[in-house]
Design a protein around this ligand. Sequence first.
Ligand SMILES: Cc1cc2nc3c(=O)[nH]c(=O)nc-3n(C[C@H](O)[C@H](O)[C@H](O)COP(=O)(O)OP(=O)(O)OC[C@H]3O[C@@H](n4cnc5c(N)ncnc54)[C@H](O)[C@@H]3O)c2cc1C
Length: 379
Amino acid sequence: MKIRVIGGGPAGLFYAYLMKRDDPSHDVVVYERDPENATYGWGVVFSDVALSFVKDLAPELYEAITRKQVVFDEMAVVHQGVNVTLAHNTFHRMARINLLKGLHEQCRKVGVEIEFERRFDDVDSFADADLIVAADGANSAIRSRYKEQFQPSLDERPNYMAWYGTTKLFPALSLIFRQNEDGLVISHTYQFSPTHSTFLVEVDPETFRKAGLDKMNEAESLAYCEKAFAQDLDGNALLSNKSNWFRYTIVKNKNWHYKNIVLIGDALRTGHPSVGSGTRLAMQDSIALFDAYKKCGPDVPAMLEEYVKIRQPGSDSLQKAAIKSTEWYEDLSPKLHLDPISFAYDYLTRSGRVDHAEVRKRDPKLAAAYEQLHPELTF
Ligand SMILES: Cc1cc2nc3c(=O)[nH]c(=O)nc-3n(C[C@H](O)[C@H](O)[C@H](O)COP(=O)(O)OP(=O)(O)OC[C@H]3O[C@@H](n4cnc5c(N)ncnc54)[C@H](O)[C@@H]3O)c2cc1C
């Protein structure tokens, strides 16, 4: 098959790799608009389950991307200055650049061509391709070009976010809630290498305006966040990598394919940073599209129907959980009076997918502490 992939992020590269490894006679080219070593963001996280998909299907790729990973077992919720630990939440963390390097290395080994600094906003150049994979991220130009066909819905959430790094190491994936004179500031932070942590800051619109963040430049915003989280950063600086404020857009598409063009990854559907699953969701799309090929062969219409059939239920359910999680962060004022244990418990059960029995199983210490604080409740 002649396959053209637009976008060299985790989704596009992983799909290209799986196809070419399966059959070297496929002609697979990935076009990436940025230079080879450019990346935004800092680290990425994968839950144990998420990475097991890659390990089962492509152990050599798993080895390449996890060479420099760090793995820790704990989460922490910091509220009212108290650190509540949530046990047994294993996350693999790695620098996004190392994930991409591992993918480049394995793609090249099997013969995928990657052309950097090649941007395509439509598919006119690929008239003779059998399959065109639009893996061009959340702001997908291909999706916009064919918006009547894909029928996307773009839901821009109200909270503001900025993606910083720091040399302060947070081995526990930590959610830090700090109240100051302007309102509430939140950090989602985790160590992703021996030397650095990702430090995502989230601020609601009211706090954002009251703090004057809408009028600050990048350096002033960074200084504000350093001050807001001074106790947590222990004198370490925040680091910027094009870390401008943005509002997260939840992307959905009514139709996942049109003719021989198919959407995967963030171009198809976004999760939310608070559930740390964007990269996982993207790579699971690649697996589903590959599995559809294995079932249907090069019959493109049948393959694309099969892709939707395999992938839609899992994708919808994770996105639903991500939306619930997003909403939890957007409506925290009624919960801020809660004591740190009850607040952490509320966080853990926010998506509706974890009930008390599950908390007891996962973290008996937290369940017991919560039961003691709430004798009025029957469990
Ligand atoms: C600012 C920001 C920072 C992020 N940081 C993190 C993080 O630290 N940790 C984390 O877990 N998740 C992070 N995410 C989310 C995560 O990046 C995505 O969920 C995940 O990468 C999705 O993979 P993808 O391959 O679908 O898309 P992307 O990773 O977005 O890859 C799409 C690729 O397509 C390229 N491209 C775009 N348009 C074109 C075009 N017209 N022609 C050719 N190429 C094109 C882009 O340069 C990009 O390389 C971040 C998201 C944003 C917006």
